[in-house]
Ligand binder design. Structure first.
Ligand code: ZN
Ligand code: ZN
Length: 391
């Protein structure tokens, strides 16, 4: 089944926008050219634009009819600090910056939907087009929320989508409940007493304490987290001393953790702190844990998950919408928005043909053939949710 005909007619124009954005990638909170481009397009379509929500973020508001119902649609705009290895004409012109996660495609799909909806207005209510900056770990969603996003632009429901390399073109996948992991970073700083390497009896050795704590932390997942609750604790860096004959005064190590519920995240933090502090104390040293959650788990609301899957099925057929996808250990800051507004996040196929490669890879490119599918889904969400007949 094809995407909406009217959207398909805009495919060439959308492809041109997408390649222009791809050629001019901007890092988180630096998306000035991108947000200028988005704002200019929205205004050209006759959509009211508010800039500066979360620094470089912006929101377009489109109203039709009198219904008080509202819907929010969100796309991200930032790129990654990666040197692009592609040689095609629309490759990055900003050295060391690249749209390697397909946010150029997400922005374009939402723009394509905005153009169509402003032209046809086949709905009754208000649509908020949310163009978010800084998704890649810099806190763009939080910055928009802190600027009053949902008070100034109320949304009854909220939807977003991300491309998925390897998932064939024209297919979507989603699951209700936890779909993407929450995660963050931690540091453990250990203070002992330095001494000559040949006189350990005068030291409190922070290296030994660090090694014991790092080993003990592996029991958090194996002994404390319920086996059916997936979690990861990885120690990925460790630093101490600099000389062969000096027992240092300090040692520190750090790493990352991932899991699928706030309760498990809290459990991991509590167990890590107890182990670090008590093991260090047992050696006569002192340990401090710095635990930083960067992304909460992304939890899809069940009703909105079914709704977006049903809308996708109306575009590509039910056989092309998987409703029980396997959760991913990757994270996504749309999770913060879903803590405020009922909604769902869906994955759209980026294709599995030649050259399809994983996101965050220097050879990645968003597949322009996916643009009409994603734009059609955004349109369908609005026309079904703000149906003129039931308004
Ligand atoms: Zn990414
Ligand atoms: Zn991404």
């Amino acid at each position: 089944m094809p995407p909406l005909d009217a959207i398909a007619a805009d495919h060439d124009e959308m492809t041109a926008w997408r390649r222009d954005i791809h050629a001019h990638p901007e890092l988180g909170f630096e998306e000035t050219r991108t947000s200028d481009l988005v704002a200019a397009k929205l205004e050209e379509f006759g959509i009211e634009v508010t800039r500066g929500i979360g620094k470089t973020g912006l929101v377009g508001r489109l109203r039709a009819g009198n219904s008080p119902r509202t819907i929010g649609l969100r796309a991200d705009m930032d790129c990654l600090p990666i040197l692009e290895s592609n040689s095609f004409a629309h490759r990055s012109t900003h050295a060391g910056k690249m749209h390697a996660c397909g946010h150029d495609g997400h922005t374009t799909m939402l723009l394509g939907a905005a153009k169509h909806l402003a032209r046809t207005k086949n709905f009754d209510g208000t649509v908020h087009f949310i163009f978010q900056p800084a998704e890649e770990g810099l806190g763009g969603a939080t910055a928009m929320i802190a600027d009053g996003l949902f008070e100034r632009f109320p949304c009854d429901v909220l939807f977003g989508m991300h491309n998925r390399p390897g998932l064939p073109l024209g297919k979507f996948q989603i699951k209700p409940g936890p779909m993407m992991a929450g995660g963050g970073y931690f540091d453990v700083n250990i203070t002992g007493t330095g001494a000559h390497g040949a006189r350990p009896e005068s030291s409190v050795d922070p290296v030994i304490a660090a090694a014991q704590i790092a080993t003990a932390l592996q029991t958090v997942v194996s002994r404390n987290v319920r086996p059916l609750d997936t979690a990861v604790v990885s120690v990925t860096r460790l630093n101490a001393g600099g000389a062969y004959n000096v027992i240092p005064e300090k040692a520190n190590f750090g790493g990352t953790m991932r899991c699928f519920s706030d309760a498990t995240m809290k459990l991991i933090e509590d167990r890590m702190r107890a182990l670090a502090e008590s093991i260090a104390a047992g050696f006569g040293a002192r340990a401090e844990l710095d635990f930083r959650v960067l992304f909460p788990p992304l939890v899809n609301h069940p009703d909105e998950t079914q709704f977006i899957a049903d809308c996708a099925a109306k575009i590509v057929g039910d056989a092309n919408v998987r409703r029980d996808m396997v959760p991913t250990m990757a994270s996504e800051d749309f999770a913060y928005m879903l803590q405020h507004i009922p909604g769902a996040y869906i994955q759209i196929g980026n294709g599995d043909g030649d050259g399809a490669c994983e996101v965050h890879n220097p050879g990645y490119d968003f597949n322009d053939a996916a643009l009409p599918y994603g734009a059609s889904l955004f349109v369908k969400l609005v026309e079904e949710r703000l149906d003129r007949l039931t308004g």
